[in-house]
Design a protein around this ligand. Sequence first.
Ligand code: GLN
Length: 196
Amino acid sequence: MKIGVLALQGDVREHARSLSDCGVSASLVRRASELERVDALVIPGGESTTIAKLARTFGLFDDISARIKNGMPTYGSCAGMILLANQVLDAIVGQETFGGLDVTVRRNAFGRQVDSFESDLTFDGISEIPVRAVFIRAPWVENVGIGVTVLAQVQGHPVAVRQGSIFATSFHPELTGDNRIHKYFVDSVCQQAIVQ
Ligand code: GLN
């Protein structure tokens, strides 16, 4: 399975490196032709409003949205989680998302850049050693639809969720050198899509 990293803005290289540490050579996706060549996509953290606007400018927005809804395994981190959510609270006027993930997220829910923090999380489906999670102007999930599984929480708020082939975290695993979250995406989310 070929995995791409949406390379319009944000933590692109860091995600590509984490995937490469999992034995996956990821390709960068900036145009529709590059999207066509991948079977799965990582949407990095960065700024959700900027990534959405650039996806429109590069003519990728509708294709990404359609692929996600057609079952392409997709992992969104932080801004990527916002871009996957069907509903966003505290969005800017006219903010668009690719959608597909039946959740409502709140942007910048944990506060501003200065309120960024790290936390050790218990993550359902990942071994007993806690996952060190970095939150940078992170969203949290405020409501989940019936098909959505919550995999990790902080302060009572879901920060990792999965709905079939769509996986999202509020935090940035690409910054810690711990590749278990990327491995979960590759081994569990992408593999399950192959089996189906
Ligand atoms: N707050 C940012 C947004 O709305 C996300 C921050 C991040 O990805 N680190 O897009």
